[in-house]
Design a protein around this ligand. Structure first.
Ligand code: GLY
Length: 407
């Protein structure tokens, strides 16, 4: 599974040239960077990040309105993505400077293991400590992760059958559950495997089944927020918080759902989750407003399309999920799924999205959108886009390697 010894040019060549059947049906992005340029940009940008952020006790998230670096305290939901990028960088490129930086930017998050005020435990701790434990086997990391998982499940309500997402906006929702929360189940499945405590597994199944029943519309798009009554378990609201409208398809929400139900199938082998992931894939890629380069607008139903901002983060999450989903379906479907993932990666690697080497920051991807209607982080680099881009790259490399060994 690991491929630490490959050089960057080899990796990038594998990515774009070896068995990488970009669909001729999908218009290709103009002005794609050369393979050498992408290779240099990825390694150079991450090495630059290591130097710039060395010794910092907050991790990078985005750029503010003046274009200055926005750093976040450990409690922010995005705090684990930068260390996660560094762990993947160490795994792919094998440079020890990435390892040292990954450790220090991970370990500043340790106290979050006790923070029961948020559902974002998985984002924070599994991207950082989770990748760190996977790659180093450090037993202290394992302890931190198990404690994090026990903290997260304090937010589970048996009557509702879900983990509560937010504590804010109590005047709107008594017990909000957002589609993003599917992502935090990965930490709980890991904790089940490590501890054999079935509470983790049972909570994952309950949360996913309730989400499947209540978050999805007939057309397989998802609502962002479901408001439950914590005393009766009844659904009280079907809303959005970050999308254009309650009935619109917020792009990142669709991406979280695709990734979340793909991981549900991985962890359970239950075909109903695979079908759900396939239906989400079909919804996204048959949407009339998905642009030819496959990088979604921030909301697929935003009113000003085609003059709306894109969201590269949604595209990166989708690509990463598709590289996994493609391994679970039959050959005909997997071909289409990989074509979509490869086309997204080609677009994101082009100069239309990949940050110029002259940027005065160290992010990889531009053109993500955080919260459009709050006028926050619009059309800027955001760290979670970089994390899922690197993860997609890693998954792509592994799928190429698997193809090679199967020949
Ligand atoms: N989980 C918050 C977001 O996707 O913006």
């Amino acid at each position: 599974m690991k491929i630490p010894s490959l050089s960057i040019p080899v990796i990038i060549l594998m990515l774009f040239n070896s068995g990488c059947n970009i669909s001729t049906q999908q218009p290709r992005t103009e002005n794609s960077l050369s393979i050498e340029a992408v290779s240099n940009a990825v390694s150079g940008r991450l090495s630059d990040a290591v130097v710039r952020y060395e010794g910092m006790t907050n991790n990078p998230r985005s750029l503010d309105e003046e274009g200055e670096l926005d750093l976040v305290r450990p409690g922010d939901w995005t705090s684990g993505f930068y260390p996660g990028c560094l762990w993947y960088a160490w795994e792919i490129y094998g440079d020890s400077s990435f390892l040292q930086a990954a450790k220090s930017h991970t370990e500043i998050l340790e106290n979050e293991k006790l923070n029961g005020t948020t559902h974002d435990m998985g984002f924070k701790m599994f991207c950082s400590y989770g990748n760190g434990y996977r790659l180093t086997g450090d037993l202290h990391y394992k302890e931190v992760l198990i404690e994090s998982a026990y903290t997260l499940i304090t937010r589970f309500n048996e009557t509702v059958g879900c983990i509560r997402s937010w504590d804010h906006n109590g005047n709107k929702w008594k017990f909000p559950v957002i589609i993003d929360n599917m992502m935090n189940l990965e930490l709980l499945f890991w904790a089940f495997q490590e501890t054999n405590d079935s509470i983790f597994y049972n909570i994952c199944i309950s949360h996913a089944d309730k989400t499947m029943a209540n978050h999805f519309r007939e057309n397989n798009s998802s609502y962002h927020v479901i408001g439950y009554n914590p005393e009766t378990g009844e659904v009280e609201q079907k809303n959005t918080h970050q999308g254009y409208a309650h009935e619109s398809a917020w792009s990142r929400g669709q991406a979280w759902g695709l990734y979340g139900f793909t991981l549900m199938y991985r962890e359970t082998g239950d075909i109903k989750y695979l079908k759900q992931a396939e239906k989400i894939h079909e919804f996204i890629f048959s949407h009339k407003n998905l642009p030819p380069d496959l990088i979604p607008y921030w909301d697929l139903d935003a009113p000003g399309i085609p003059d709306e901002p894109r969201d590269a983060s949604s595209a990166a999450i989708i690509a990463s999920a598709l590289y996994e989903l493609g391994t679970y379906v039959d050959a005909k479907n997997s071909e289409e799924i990989y074509e979509h993932a490869n086309s997204i990666m080609e677009s994101l690697s082009s100069e239309n999205y990949f940050c110029s080497k002259n940027s005065k920051h160290a992010f990889l991807l531009d053109h993500s959108t955080g919260q459009m209607l709050k006028n926050s982080e619009i059309d800027v680099p955001i760290i979670y886009a970089d994390y899922y881009f690197i993860e997609a790259l890693y998954r792509k490399i592994n799928s190429e390697n698997a193809d090679d060994t199967n020949q």
